[in-house]
Design a protein around this ligand. Structure first.
Ligand code: 5RP
Length: 272
């Protein structure tokens, strides 16, 4: 492993450990476990806490992928399906069934909007995040960004039905950047684009060595849609989601309550 690789791994580990230590104690009864390589370190910390008897004795974990389920089981924890859980606060406005979810991210902007789905698990990740009282993201310094699309240049992962992926691709590539009016404090009006590229490109995600399309845990395909910088994540998420055959979009607008980054210099920072 090169020194820059080990720096990245070290920063993932620090972010994951810090987030688990802050959010997972003996009061947490239901925990969402995300997917990806950073979450592996979160599972490592959970195993340590379990050995120290610092977790709730009846803790159950909700996986977001096959990988995540395996991590839960290997950490000696119990995996349950989202829909088997009761509401945490029946009768309240919240329908949450999970206390807190810890998950990775491909990029997080200054307002905690995120791109996820680099590992193709964003459908289940979003379902689990949506059912959580708190979504806590963990990542290394390469994912810490001011605007989505600035650092993650592989495109927004969009899970689509294999039945019509070519049609969906064509439609995605015809999306216009969508002008929206902006009024300054002085009252003058300008227009801004929700995303940067005038001509988006949607690529079918391929398995290694072009062994055919990547098939998600849910039996679907993924189109990675390059839009350039995303200035208005909620609008873009909505635009993509409106296309028939789009199952889920890897933009997580305003879902996270915190993001922990391991920095290059060995420190950690938490964005709230
Ligand atoms: C999978 C994801 C992952 O959380 C994201 O890709 C980050 O992965 P890693 O921690 O390996 O960088 O969204 O769908």
């Amino acid at each position: 492993m090169s020194s820059s690789e080990s720096l990245v791994e070290h920063s993932k580990r620090r972010a994951a450990f810090a987030a688990v230590d802050k959010h997972v104690d003996s009061s947490v009864r239901v925990l969402g476990v995300g997917s990806g390589s950073t979450v592996v370190y979160a599972a490592e910390r959970l195993l340590e806490l379990k050995k120290q008897n610092k977790l709730h004795p009846q803790l159950v974990c909700v996986p977001t992928s096959f990988q995540s389920k395996q991590l839960i089981v290997e950490s000696g924890l119990t995996a349950v399906d989202l829909d088997d859980l009761p509401e945490l606060d029946p009768g309240s406005n919240s329908f949450a069934s999970i206390d807190v979810t810890i998950d990775g991210a491909d990029e997080v902007d200054s307002e905690l909007n995120a791109i996820k789905g680099g590992g193709g698990a964003h459908l289940r990740e979003k379902l689990v995040a949506n059912a959580s009282k708190k979504l806590v993201l963990i990542a290394d310094y390469r994912k810490d960004s001011s605007v989505l699309g600035e650092k993650w240049t592989k495109g927004v992962p969009v899970e689509v039905s294999p039945l019509a992926w070519r049609t969906i691709k064509r439609q995605l590539e015809r999306l216009a950047p969508e002008s929206r009016a902006q009024t300054s404090a002085a009252g003058s009006s300008t227009t801004a684009h929700a995303f940067e590229f005038a001509h988006p490109v949607a690529e079918l995600r391929q398995a290694v060595r072009k062994a055919g399309p990547v098939v998600t845990d849910n039996g679907n395909f993924i189109l990675d849609v390059s839009l350039g910088r995303i200035h208005d994540p909620p609008t873009v998420e909505h635009l993509l989601k409106m296309i028939p055959g789009v199952i889920e979009v890897g933009i997580f607008s305003k879902m996270a309550s915190e993001a922990w980054f391991g920095n290059e210099n060995g420190s950690i920072n938490c964005r709230l």
